[in-house]
Each structure stands twice: as structure tokens, then as C-alpha cells.
Design a protein around this ligand. Structure first.
Ligand SMILES: Cc1cc2nc3c(=O)[nH]c(=O)nc-3n(C[C@H](O)[C@H](O)[C@H](O)COP(=O)(O)OP(=O)(O)OC[C@H]3O[C@@H](n4cnc5c(N)ncnc54)[C@H](O)[C@@H]3O)c2cc1C
Length: 397
């Protein structure tokens, strides 16, 4: 695509949704010389605001998800340079903390499961290391005395997602991306081509159209709700609810933990993510509840019980926030990045439980497609669902 300057409200690219994905994409497109707008009524305050911010391809790996693992590892490799560039150009901290992760076995059953997981990780060449109970407690003195050992994953880190959002908002503003604090009511389409985005009228939002060379859909869990797009071109996204807690230790003292601690307690996954600010994030549930974001007392109790079983000192922290977010889930847990099948409409959505981790790779792939026509890898391509989506259209009449 030939970059051009924007005239009034016409852009080379309009990015619909300003979470971590949309903001990263907008930044990279602007760096390539395109005129770019982001449309979002509350940028940065969707699921990206709720997340725990783990950059954890290795400790997240699940049987049968080797293709997702490849994408996660590629993006994890981009993180240090992405964060350094973001800090330099935004003048803000990125929130990246290269602290490593410990995956803890809390009873003999968990230990057997973790040993099998570590064998799987090592088969994949991921190089994790087993620590005995004593070694684990030497590494993290506040672990419960009864823990049965742990996998040390040195390469899984974290980013404070709220600090990251502030830096991304600063960099897109500085670089000349236009932010519209409005919802998109519709994508305008003519003759099987996306032409622009219609803003929903509201306070500070006139009813108007933003014509665009390309529209990037990065509306997270809401990406399937967009009006105007024929059903067959809409991404298959469903909301997967996650409830999570934010606790606070003494900001004057060292963080409660020196690295992220993950564990399984009675078959449930739990993570405890310390921040350098003294904050501690405890999460998370995974629930198929549609667009419900209510906080359930039982979920709060279970998260606290499980966390304090692994790190008893959690009981002494202040509970400052309980919240729920909606992971944008796809049928195969891999994101949708690339052409939607409708001219002018590009997808950057469906990042499920890994959207913070996958932001640098997603932005790179979207910019590569729009600016250089480089095909994104097959594992992310929305075309993997075209067969089912287009079946009806291709049937002989
Ligand atoms: C509890 C929990 C913990 C998580 N932990 C991690 C983690 O540790 N590591 C990790 O990598 N990932 C994690 N995730 C997943 C991660 O948060 C998501 O994958 C990621 O935030 C998705 O980013 P996004 O930009 O696509 O979506 P969002 O951040 O939800 O942004 C979408 C934006 O679209 C906007 N929007 C929606 N509809 C419209 C419209 N019609 N017009 C304009 N704008 C619109 C919304 O306002 C929103 O700002 C977690 C998720 C949850 C719920």
C-alpha cells in the first residue's frame, strides 16, 4: 500500500479497538508511514486492563497446542526489543520485568503431573529444570513448607499490563495516530469491500464515517459483534470469562516473590504474579459465561484459598481489586491475524489467554501484510476457517 497523508477524517488504516493489540498495531502501521486512526470508546480498558501480564510461552504450554507454542515463543523473543523501543519512543516505562517463573507442585499428584509436563517441555526443547522442595524454597522462601518441588522456567517473564497500556497510549499519540474515543457502530461495505467505519453518535462523538484504505478489527472479545460485516466474514470469537484479584503488599519492602509462581491446587490452575510496586496479581478462573463480567464470591474465595495454599503470606496482603475480563477465544485457541476474506478488512483478534504476550508479533504481522503484502503464517491465518465459513457461498446453485 502507498502511504498517504490523512485528509480530514480519511485514513490509510482505521484500527477498530484500542486494547494492547490495537494500540500495538496502530503504532507499527504509523511507523511505516501510514495515516492511522484508532476507534475505541475507552482505549486500554478492555481485557488488556484486566490481564495478569505473564509472558509465559513455556509454563503455559498445553498438550496439543504446539502450534500456539511456536507463535508464543516467536513473540516472547520480540519482547525485549519491543519494550526497549517503546520506552525510548514513549518516554514511559514499558512494565517489562524479566523475572522468570516457578511452576510449583503442591501435592504428590501435582508432582507427578508436573514431572510429565516437564518431560513434554524438554521434548519440545524448552529447557526447563526440576527443583527439589528445598531448592524451590531457597529460590522463593515464602513458598508453603509442604510443596513437593517445582519446574524452574527462566525464560518466562511478565509485563505490568497497565504500565504497558500507558506507554502504548503515549507512543501512539506521540507518533501522530488519531484517537477517536467513540464506539464503531458499523463497518461500511460496498461490493464486497470494506470502505470505512461509522462512529456511533454519543457525547463528543458526532455521527460520522471514517473512510479507510484498510480496517483492522482488534475489538477483542467483541470482534464478532460488528455490524455491517456479512456473517461469513466475521471472525469466530467467543468471550471466555476470567476472574482475577489484585492485592497489595508493603510498597516499601521487597516484592513478596522474586518471580511469578504458578501451581495446580486440587486440579485448579493458580498463578501469583508479583510486581515491583508491591502489587500481587492472583488469577484466574476460566468460564464459558457469555459476556457476563460479574464477580462471584465463590471465585474470590477459591482464588484466595488456592493462592495461600502455595504462598501462605498472601493472607497478609490487602485485597484492593477484584475484576473480570473476557478473553477473546477461537475454536483452536490460536489467534486470527491477517486478511479476513473481505477486501479492506484485516483481523488481529482471538488472542485468548495470550494477547499481551502476542502483541509484538501480531503488530509485526499486520504491518507486514498491509504494507508489504507478506502473508502471515498459516497458523494465524483466518483462512483456516474459510472452508466452513464459505461453504454456503460455494455450494452449486
Ligand atoms: C483474567 C485474565 C488474565 C489474563 N492474563 C494474561 C496474561 O497473563 N498474559 C497474556 O498474554 N494474556 C493474558 N490474558 C489475555 C489478554 O488479556 C487478552 O488476550 C488481550 O488483552 C486481548 O487484547 P485485545 O486488544 O485483543 O482486546 P481488549 O483489550 O479487550 O481490547 C478490545 C477493545 O475493543 C474495544 N471495542 C469493542 N467493541 C468496539 C466497538 N464496537 N467500537 C470500538 N471499540 C470497540 C473495547 O473497548 C476494547 O478496548 C488474560 C485475560 C484475562 C481475562
Amino acid at each position: 500500500m502507498q502511504p498517504s497523508r490523512n485528509t480530514a477524517d480519511t485514513f490509510d488504516a482505521v484500527v477498530l479497538g484500542g486494547g494492547v493489540i490495537g494500540l500495538s498495531v496502530a503504532w507499527r502501521l504509523r511507523q511505516r508511514g501510514l495515516s492511522v486512526a484508532v476507534v475505541d470508546p475507552d482505549p486500554g480498558h478492555g481485557t488488556s486492563w484486566v490481564a495478569a501480564g505473564m509472558l509465559a510461552p513455556v509454563s503455559e504450554v498445553a498438550y496439543g497446542e504446539e502450534r500456539l507454542l511456536g507463535l508464543n515463543i516467536d513473540s516472547a523473543r520480540l519482547w525485549p526489543s519491543f519494550a526497549a523501543e517503546l520506552e525510548e519512543l514513549s518516554g514511559e516505562p514499558s512494565g517489562l520485568w524479566e523475572c522468570g517463573t516457578l511452576v510449583v507442585a503442591s501435592d504428590p499428584g501435582d508432582r507427578a503431573e508436573l514431572e510429565a509436563l516437564m518431560a513434554f517441555q524438554n521434548e519440545l526443547g524448552l529447557g526447563s529444570q526440576w527443583l527439589s522442595s528445598r531448592e524451590s524454597r531457597n529460590a522463593e522462601p515464602l513458598l508453603a513448607p509442604g510443596i513437593r518441588g517445582a519446574i524452574l522456567v527462566d525464560q518466562d517473564h511478565q509485563v505490568d499490563n497497565r504500565v504497558l497500556i500507558a506507554a502504548l497510549l503515549a507512543v501512539v499519540r506521540r507518533s501522530g495516530v488519531v484517537l477517536y474515543g467513540c464506539a464503531a457502530s458499523e463497518i461500511e461495505i460496498s461490493e464486497e469491500r470494506a470502505l470505512g467505519v461509522l462512529l456511533a453518535p454519543g457525547p463528543g462523538c458526532p455521527k460520522k464515517a471514517l473512510p479507510a484504505g484498510t480496517i483492522v478489527v482488534s475489538a477483542g472479545a467483541w470482534s464478532s459483534q460488528l455490524k455491517g460485516v456479512p456473517e461469513r466474514f466475521l471472525p469466530h470469537i467467543r468471550p471466555v470469562k476470567g476472574q482475577l484479584l489484585r492485592l497489595l503488599g508493603n510498597p516499601e519492602q521487597a516484592p513478596v516473590l522474586g518471580r511469578t509462581v504458578r501451581a495446580q491446587v486440587n486440579g485448579r490452575h493458580i498463578y501469583i504474579v508479583p510486581r515491583l510496586t508491591g502489587e500481587v496479581v492472583v488469577g484466574a478462573t476460566s468460564e464459558e459465561m457469555g459476556f457476563d463480567t460479574s464477580i462471584r464470591a465463590g471465585a474470590v474465595r477459591t482464588l484466595l484459598d488456592d493462592a495461600s495454599r502455595v504462598v501462605p503470606a498472601v493472607d497478609d496482603l490487602k485485597l484492593v481489586e477484584s475484576l473480570a475480563g473476557l478473553r477473546p477465544g477461537t475454536p483452536d485457541n490460536r489467534p486470527l491475524i491477517g486478511p479476513s476474506g473481505l477486501d479492506g478488512l484485516v483481523l488481529a483478534t482471538g488472542h485468548g489467554r495470550n494477547g499481551i504476550l502476542l502483541a509484538p508479533l501480531t503488530a509485526q504481522l499486520v504491518a507486514g501484510w498491509i504494507c508489504d503484502s507478506s502473508e502471515p503464517p498459516k497458523d494465524t491465518s483466518p483462512s483456516r476457517f474459510f472452508a466452513t465459513r464459505h461453504e454456503a457461498r460455494l455450494e452449486p446453485r
